[in-house]
Design a protein around this ligand. Structure first.
Ligand code: PRP
Length: 184
């Protein structure tokens, strides 16, 4: 691993730790869906693209039949209670009678996943489950979070899909962004 970028305070979750946990999560999902013919995996752009790529390749190794689709969402007013969310890009297919697994990179306030869960629930899937790589302490989620990689403190995290102004997404680890990097 090269030197840490000067805007980063520390590596919070190493590449190895992520790799190990993603494998464990895939095994757990495989076991839980052993009787499911096909899982309809919904990745939430942009943040989930790296986690989703690794998780689904592990699921392939475990012979879990699945397809992948994407939604892009944008959230407003993260610091407010309203947390309005807008769909920028929707799924390609109807999900009625499908076994759906939502894959998120992070549950921060919980607004995005709560909103999305209710939207997709309304489309009458056969089942609906949720999965996130990291969950922040402050989340107030009112929907189930079935698979969770890591619980993290309430700091700004980047890497492994997570960004600050679209930077740092492709780092192979999750790192804490220095406070001065987003307050200057
Ligand atoms: C991030 C992340 C989640 C959401 C979580 O997306 O990917 O979708 O925020 O936050 P919440 O729990 O407070 O709702 P963001 O809106 O930053 O877009 P991006 O994935 O395109 O970076």
């Amino acid at each position: 691993m090269g030197d840490l970028h000067p805007d980063l305070a520390r590596v919070l979750i190493s590449k190895d730790a992520i790799e190990k946990r993603v494998k464990e999560m895939a095994k757990q999902i495989r076991g839980d869906f052993k009787d499911t013919q096909r899982l309809y995996i919904v990745g939430i752009l942009k943040g989930a693209f790296i986690f989703l790529a690794d998780l689904t390749r592990e699921l392939s190794e475990l012979s879990m039949p699945h397809v992948v689709d994407f939604m892009a969402l944008s959230s407003y007013g993260k610091s407010t209670e309203s947390g309005a969310v807008r769909i920028l890009m929707d799924l390609r297919e109807p999900i009625e009678n499908q076994h759906v697994l939502i894959v998120e990179d992070i549950v921060d306030t919980g607004h995005t996943l709560s909103y999305l869960y209710h939207i997709l629930e309304g489309r009458k899937p056969a089942s609906l489950h949720t999965c996130a790589l990291v969950r922040k302490q402050r989340e107030r989620l009112n929907v189930p979070l079935d698979y969770i990689g890591f619980d993290i403190p309430d700091v700004w995290v980047v890497g492994y899909g997570l960004d600050f102004a679209d930077q740092f997404r492709t780092l192979p680890y999750v790192a804490e962004l220095k406070r001065e990097a987003y307050t200057r």
